[in-house]
Ligand binder design. Sequence first.
Ligand code: C2E
Ligand code: MG
Ligand code: MG
Length: 611
Amino acid sequence: MLKPKVLLVNDHAASLLALKSLLTRTNPEGDYDVVTAQSGEEALRMVLHQRFAVILLDVNMPGMDGFQTAEIIHSHPRSASVPIIFVTAHYADEMKRLKGYQKGAVDYLFTPIIPQVLQNKVAVFVELAKKNLQLEQQTRELAELNRDLQVQQMQDLKHINATLEAEIVERRQAEERAHGLATRDPLTGLLNRRSLVDSLEHAIARSERNNEGMALLFLDMDRFKTINDTLGHDVGDELLMQVAARLKLAVRESDMVARLGGDEFVVLMEGLPAYPDAAEVANKIIQANAATYDIGVHCLKTSVSIGISLYPQDGDSVQALMKNADLAMYHAKQQQRGTVQFFHEELNVRLLERIQLEHELQQALENDEFELYYQPKVEIVSGRVAGVEALLRWNHPRLGLIGAGQFISEAEDSGQLVPIGEWVISAACAQAKRWHDAASGICKMPIAINIAIPQIHAELPDAILKALRKHGIPPSCLQLEITESLLIRDLEKATSVLREISESGITIAIDDFGTGYSSLSVLKALPIDILKIDQSFVRDLGKTVSDTAIVAAIVNMARALALRVVAEGVETKEQLAILKGLGCDEYQGFFFKPPLPADVLIQQLRHTANV
Ligand code: C2E
Ligand code: MG
Ligand code: MG
């Protein structure tokens, strides 16, 4: 601990020494240190840097006297409370003594000083200073202790927190494990019956709220029991696991897949799965199960039968949907194992038709059942025919003439689109050549052909150029129409192929524009020349303000991008008048002509002198 200090101030060296030796003598224990100063100024400097238990201050000093020195010492906050004892060699009068007290003296002594008196007085202040120093020391120690305590407390708290967090994680994991056990099928990891029922209840509520449809696929493996009985349960279990894995791969991430037990599975598709979607997924599942299963030394073949119920038409409760999908599955098994049946009979008829149509499509090319019809596009301002669109027709042996809309998606699903597309390109080129040779006015006008996305692959530009060369017609005779919504789905690939086609001199139109939500940047990036406004906007022209506004916006946008605009599906004089007012370039639709066979069209156009 620090020792208290006593400051002696006296200008007279001998007096200073005498006083110092007196104090040293009376302080054999060395309870305090004695420091000396020979002037008021020196004393002030010392007081600035050191603390004193008491100051013995000579009153009469040259320069700054004792009173002035005392006044300055007490005016400074650091030394305001230091006790000062005035010492004077003369017997001063009472006035001086009073002044001393006024200057803050704690005492006033006269020389010669009685050693015991001085010793006692100094001892009192030294003791006080010691107490003060002790107190400060204790306060410091206490503060330090407090800090340590706080650090310790903080550490303890952190520790407790970490332990708690670990415990929470552990508990959550345990809960998840327990929940997993309760909701999952332990063999396949799929949802179990109980959680399927729960999920289905929620899904029904959601679908009702959002006014959406839903499909429930009930799957049952064919001949599973035989495999299980003859090859053993281990093989059966492994097969179930592999079937579950293929099932998960065949459906969308968002579809729910559950194992009800045994060899029964359920797939739940939410969010408007229209009937063809459900049939498509069911077919995908059937195909996924067609490949053999390798289990140990066994190479197994199995199939699944699927029954489908749709919400809301086939039931609006868990029980009804499950029961009806199960019934449909049973029906499938009875009809033919490894097939799909809808609960609703009409859908089964349609499904069957679809399958039959796909089958018949395979013969249609061979049997030369396709034909191109042509629908003119008319320049609105001049009324002149600006070109024609080739639209595919199928002279179906059973159903008669059917439009592209009725079989294009089946053609796509059965992989027939590319060969049919090639036929269309070739037939359109042949027609262009015929018109060219006949020197009719229409020969100068391009034929637009529709191209579906699966046709847009690296070989397409070459196939088109080959057809043009083969028939000896220039690229300006051909236009391509690509549906907007489909284009957006695979933009990158489409852009490079279309660029190549565009560079060869063939114009490109975006068909059904407005249905695909293309952004301006997409439109700018694509090598397109024409926008065809979708019929759905044209239909209500003049009836709803918003459709008129949309068409006006499309026309303006096309202007900004330097594209021509064609309105599709114009059926009335009124629609045409509005389109004219909006500044649309061309129109197409029943109002002028429906799609017609080439010769009929030419005849009619000659008749009306449009060519
Ligand atoms: P799209 O290219 O938008 O063709 C216009 C459709 O609207 C045609 O139906 C046409 O017959 C019909 N249409 C024309 N004017 C009017 C009208 O005033 N009112 C109404 N309501 N409809 C009108 P279509 O021929 O059944 O073709 C349907 C779609 O099938 C076409 O739509 C096109 O995307 C596709 N398609 C047609 N031919 C081919 C083809 O050769 N290849 C490919 N890949 N797709 C084709
Ligand atoms: Mg078209
Ligand atoms: Mg269209």
